[in-house]
Ligand binder design. Structure first.
Ligand code: AMP
Ligand code: MN
Ligand code: MN
Ligand code: MN
Length: 291
């Protein structure tokens, strides 16, 4: 990590989930797995939650893995859900701690309403079933519902669950108001970190709305965009490399790994960033924990 060229070929993995949100591995197992897979800079980015950061940092130190603090904030933008990753922040900063706490706040009620809808289509007991899978009772997510629906034999795998249930227009979908884009970017920035648009190709946005997302994100002080992500197919990378350059955003790279059983992309198993991009870790150099 001493020259520009080396910066771009770093095996950084700056997006994944633990049992503190909707992953199935502990922060400690993720740190070991990342190290074993050759990751050179890691971040744990649990949804709306930083309760795993101290464990992740300690585990990264134990295996000798440079670490950036992380989270993935759920945002409502133009009527759809958008995810904003935060990297390199102070995990004790009150604006961020309180903002994430309020973002988590509505999940319980939403889960009860999701279960009510599923009961109406003849699938009972899903709230209690999903809760068994939630390692953090404040963070009950659609992933936990999906795992329970597979266990209950309703679907063969979690992809089938998301095709048939839990998504717009399907039973078990409850519209939800998450954080505002400007608030999420501000919490991360006030805590000294960089806000990054997660997996931009995954959103249900028109080209005009997508352009508005990038423009408003930039105007609010956002700093980066995921270009190489396990949530995109490689054919989607170049468009967002172009967008990073157009909007002068740094580029990030992360697997979005959730589980050995569910995730297509393992920790660290991604192509490198293109040389024309500025990596987020170049702009966050002073925030990296080298231990
Ligand atoms: P929530 O924050 O409760 O709305 O849950 C969102 C999570 O559900 C995402 O972070 C993914 O982990 C998971 N998810 C969403 N869509 C799918 C899908 N099609 N297949 C598998 N997992 C999905
Ligand atoms: Mn998830
Ligand atoms: Mn996401
Ligand atoms: Mn994610």
């Amino acid at each position: 990590m001493t020259t520009n060229a080396a910066h771009r070929i770093l095996n950084a993995d700056l997006h994944c989930h633990s049992v503190v949100s909707d992953g199935t591995l502990t922060p400690e197992s993720l740190a070991s797995r990342a190290k074993a897979n050759g990751v050179e800079l890691w971040s744990l980015t649990d949804h709306d939650e930083i309760g795993g950061q101290q464990r992740a940092l300690a585990a990264a130190r134990d295996v000798g893995l440079p670490y950036l603090t992380g989270t993935e904030v759920s945002v409502t933008f133009a009527g759809t859900t958008v995810h904003i990753v935060g990297l390199g922040f102070d995990p004790e900063h009150p604006a961020l701690v309180q903002g994430l706490s309020s973002t988590r706040g509505g999940r319980d009620q939403r889960a009860l309403e999701m279960a009510e809808q599923l009961a109406k289509v003849g699938i009972p007991g899903v709230f209690e079933g999903a809760l068994k899978y939630a390692g953090n009772p404040e963070l009950i997510s659609r992933s936990h519902f999906a795992r329970y629906l597979v266990e209950a034999g309703v679907c063969a795998d979690v992809s089938e669950v998301f095709r048939k249930y839990l998504t717009e227009g399907k039973p078990g979908f409850v519209p939800h108001r998450w954080a505002k884009l400007g608030d999420a970017v501000r919490w991360i920035g006030e805590a000294g970190g960089m806000a990054v648009i997660a997996h931009p190709a995954r959103y249900d946005l028109s080209p005009t709305a997508e352009y508005a997302l990038f423009s408003e994100f930039k105007a609010h002080g956002g700093g980066g965009v995921e270009v190489v992500t396990g949530s995109h197919s490689p054919s989607e990378y170049p468009k967002y490399a172009d967008m990073a350059i157009e909007f002068d955003l740094a580029a990030s790279r992360g697997s979005d790994f959730h589980s050995p059983n569910e995730s297509h992309t393992d920790l660290g198993a991604l192509p490198f960033l293109e040389g024309r991009l500025t990596p987020v870790w170049e702009r966050l150099a002073d925030r990296i924990h080298f231990h």
